[in-house]
Structures are given as structure tokens and as C-alpha cells.
Design a protein around this ligand. Structure first.
Ligand code: MV4
Length: 450
């Protein structure tokens, strides 16, 4: 096992990783920008190193500064959290070159899944169902027109280097395809420096359902069920739940087994999430994430597993905690991402938290790094924390969530708590009847002013 882990992140995930390390008896090193000197993860770590000024490119993304921090403190492993360097294959390789373990997948798998064309090719070869579309990238308008005729309109042009919805363009009819290709290419070139694009059938009202996996890198892998992350705004997840209201036990087992078998064949190491669109009872692979995700607590609440601890264990060469047959799914969990934003306009609202009272009680968990008197800096994401609630049934979970939201006090800044107050009282949400565009429609229809 590792002796000392450097946590290359900030905020609630830095704290989450720190807690897992403490429970494993592993020493911790926090790193921080000058804007985060007062942060909770810095206070609670055994040691801390300032790695640069506030802009992330000069601090949390500064690889030489992170290497120096490893060297100075003698850390033997780095946990990247999510975002920042968590899916940077080069970072994983550089650490290995300096005899520091990267707590995450093999660099080759991070790189392969980072290229969406390569990821899809891999998924398809492993027997994972994919959205009908081009076989690899499209290089000419003529080729694209031919493929689109084959799959039928509407079609979606996607960037190979994409993610987060950038460089995506829908063509409703043939006469829109050439423009969609050109726009997607130029957006992709500007955003990622790579104009490779591919084509898919456009699914109109799917759900976003993702499968959590864990591999030991030696050909063993398990899945930990799904999360329904359909409630999003501008490609930012807002509320996640497990199990998905749209899935039954046999649907879960079928897709879970396919994904698990694929991960065994890949000899995948660490945590991963295989993302699908789900429409009319069919799963369609879109992407794979090779990191721990913001919404991982939803899975922890229904499986009872500590995903960060397991991630550290397999990175150190350890075994999986359970066989697939031993994985049990208990009850229902929902996570709300509470952001420092106006709940109607979503404009950021950084500033000082004058009053802070998180909810508690049975089945209630708050993952947050803020405290009363803390000032949310304007340089990073605007998450205040995550409220995660567990119940025996979805109904109990929703009632408990309503109760917990009523207890939650965050004063001094605006937060998205009022949005969740509305959502838990909405009939579609209560019925589990929503898709990837539901939240944007709700907001556009004045859901927050009614
Ligand atoms: C799609 C799609 C419809 N059809 N692919 C958006 C971000 C990227 N990760 C994948 N995305 C989508 N891919 C096909 N073939 C619709 C989306 C999409 C979406 C997906 C998941 C969650 C929210 C979304 C919001 C808009 C569009």
C-alpha cells in the first residue's frame, strides 16, 4: 500500500480523498493555489504545498509544480480527483517516469477513451451497443452524406476530441449537413485543436444512464449498477439518482454484464464510468470516463462500498473487494449538486458564506468543503457541496430529500437550493418521468417562477 498520497485537487473531492486516506492510515499531502490557502483540504491534510497563483493552469494544472511537490514531500502516489489532470494520460506517464503512482487507469486506457472515435471503436469491438453512425471519422462531405442517408435523419456531428457538448451539431435534413459539418469542425478546431468529427443518428429524447465499473488491471472487473444523470443544464449534471427509474433488474443485469465483460477483456484498472443514452429500452454507448465522478456517492450509498478506498487499493495492486455475485444494491439514492449560483439565471454567486447549517439525520450525507465564514473564490467551479440522500424506496428517498432540503441553510451567497425545492415537488420528477432535455424545458417554461 502507499505511504503518502498527494491529492492533486481542491474542494469537496480533495476532502473526500483525504478522508479515505485517513481511514487507510495513509499520510496526505494537500496542494493549493494562493486563492485556496484557507481551504478545508489544506487544513485537514498532514502537509500542504502551495503550487501557484489562482488560475488553474498555473496551479492545479501545473505538472512541474506538482512533481516538485511530490519530490519535496516524498509522496509515492497522486490522486487526481475529477477534472484538472484526472484524464490526462501524459500526466500519468510523467508521474510513472518519476516513480510516483497515478491513482487511476492505465495511461493507454485514459488516452484511448479521451478520443471519442477511438473510444467508440473500442466499445464496438468489445460488444458494447453503440449509436448507429460512421465507422470512425468522416473525412469528406460526400462520405458524410452517404452515411447519413444510410442511418436516416436527424443526424448529429460530433467532435472526436469533444466532451461537454462542444463541437456538436444536429442536421435535421440533408440540406443542413454540410453546414453542420463545417461548424462542428471549426468549433472543434478552436476548442480542442483537432477538427476530427464523426456522425451519429441523433436520438431525440433519450435518458443519460451510466454504469459504474471497477477493474483490477489483471482481467477482473465488476459493475456497481447505474446512475441516471438525465437532469442536466448546459451539459452540467444537476441531480443524479440510482437506480434509474427507467430500468428494471433484468435491464440492469444485461447492460451490466456486457460492460463488465468488456472491462475484463480490456484489463481495465481502477474506476470507470461507461456512459449510455437510453431510449425505447435500448442502450447506446456514447463515452467512457476514466476518473472518479462527482456523482460517485450515489453508487456508494446503494452498494455500501467506499469507491475512493477501492480506487486506491486497486492502484496499489490490490484485489477487487467483491465478486459480481456479492455486489448488492440496497434502496435508492439521489444527489443534488448545490452550486453558488442564482437558481433561475445560474449566474455565479461567489462570496462569503455568513451562515452554514447542513442537514443531517438518517440517510443524509453532505459532501462539501465549505464552512461558515468561508469565501467561495471566483476562479473555480461554483459547487458549494453535494447533498446525497438514501432511502429504502424512491418514495422514501424523495421525502427524505425534501426534508433535508428544508433543513439546509446557506446564507450570504445565492445557491441552487430553491431549484431542488421545486424539483422534488414536480410531478414528472416524482414519477421519474424525465429525459436529457427535461430540465431545460422546465426552466424555459418558467418552472422557477411558478
Ligand atoms: C447525443 C445526443 C443525441 N444523440 N448523441 C451531449 C454531450 C455528449 N457527452 C453527448 N451528448 C449527446 N449525445 C446522439 N447520438 C444527445 C446528447 C446530449 C446530451 C447527452 C447527455 C446528457 C445531456 C445531453 C444534453 C444535450 C445533448
Amino acid at each position: 500500500m502507499f505511504d503518502k498520497i498527494l491529492i492533486a485537487n481542491r474542494g469537496e473531492i480533495a476532502l473526500r480523498v483525504l478522508r479515505a486516506c485517513q481511514e487507510l492510515g495513509i499520510a496526505t499531502v494537500a496542494v493549493h493555489s494562493t486563492a485556496d490557502a484557507d481551504a478545508m483540504h489544506v487544513r485537514l491534510a498532514d502537509e500542504s504545498v502551495c503550487i501557484g497563483p489562482p488560475p488553474a493552469k498555473d496551479s492545479y494544472l501545473n505538472i512541474p509544480a506538482l512533481l516538485a511537490a511530490c519530490e519535496i514531500t516524498g509522496a509515492d502516489a497522486v490522486h487526481p480527483g475529477y477534472g484538472f489532470l484526472s484524464e490526462n494520460a501524459r500526466f500519468a506517464e510523467i508521474l510513472a517516469d518519476h516513480n510516483v503512482h497515478f491513482i487511476g487507469p492505465k495511461a493507454e486506457h485514459i488516452r484511448r477513451m479521451g478520443d471519442k472515435i477511438e473510444a467508440k471503436r473500442t466499445a464496438k469491438a468489445l460488444g458494447i451497443p453503440c449509436v448507429p453512425g460512421s465507422d470512425g471519422g468522416v473525412t469528406s462531405d460526400e462520405e458524410a452524406l452517404k452515411i447519413a442517408r444510410g442511418i436516416g435523419y436527424p443526424v448529429l456531428v460530433k467532435a472526436a476530441a469533444g466532451g461537454g457538448g462542444r463541437g456538436m451539431k444536429v442536421a435535421q435534413h440533408e440540406d443542413e449537413l454540410t453546414t453542420a459539418l463545417a461548424t462542428a469542425r471549426s468549433e472543434a478546431k478552436a476548442a480542442f485543436g483537432d477538427d476530427a468529427v464523426y456522425l451519429e443518428k441523433y436520438l431525440q429524447r433519450p435518458r443519460h444512464i451510466e454504469i459504474q465499473v471497477l477493474g483490477d488491471g489483471k482481467g477482473n472487473a465488476i459493475h456497481l449498477g447505474e446512475r441516471d444523470c438525465s437532469l442536466q443544464r448546459r451539459h452540467q449534471k444537476v441531480l443524479e439518482e440510482s437506480p434509474s427509474p427507467a430500468l428494471n433488474v433484468s435491464g440492469r443485469n444485461t447492460i451490466g454484464d456486457i460492460v463488465t465483460q468488456a472491462m475484463r477483456e480490456l484489463q481495465y484498472l481502477g474506476l470507470g464510468t461507461v456512459e449510455f443514452l437510453y431510449e425505447d429500452g435500448q442502450f447506446y454507448f456514447i463515452e467512457m470516463n476514466t476518473r472518479i465522478q462527482v456523482e460517485h456517492p450515489v453508487t456508494e450509498m446503494i452498494t455500501g462500498l467506499d469507491l475512493v478506498l477501492e480506487q486506491i487499493r486497486v492502484a496499489a495492486g490490490g484485489d477487487l473487494p467483491l465478486t459480481q455475485a456479492e455486489v448488492e444494491f440496497r434502496g435508492h439514492a439521489i444527489e443534488c449538486r448545490v452550486n453558488a449560483e442564482n437558481p433561475s439565471t445560474f449566474l455565479p454567486s461567489p462570496g462569503r458564506i455568513t451562515s452554514y447549517h447542513p442537514p443531517g439525520g438518517l440517510g443524509v450525507r453532505v459532501d462539501s468543503a465549505v464552512y461558515q465564514g468561508y469565501t467561495i473564490p471566483p476562479f473555480y467551479d461554483s459547487m458549494v457541496g453535494k447533498l446525497i440522500v438514501h432511502g429504502k424506496t424512491r418514495t422514501e428517498c424523495l421525502m427524505r430529500l425534501k426534508r433535508a432540503l428544508d433543513e439546509f441553510v446557506v446564507d450570504g451567497i445565492e445557491t441552487t437550493l430553491p431549484l431542488f425545492q421545486k424539483l422534488v415537488r414536480n410531478q414528472d420528477i416524482i414519477d421519474g418521468n424525465y429525459h436529457i432535455h427535461w430540465l431545460e424545458h422546465f426552466l424555459a417554461d418558467g418552472g422557477m417562477s411558478r
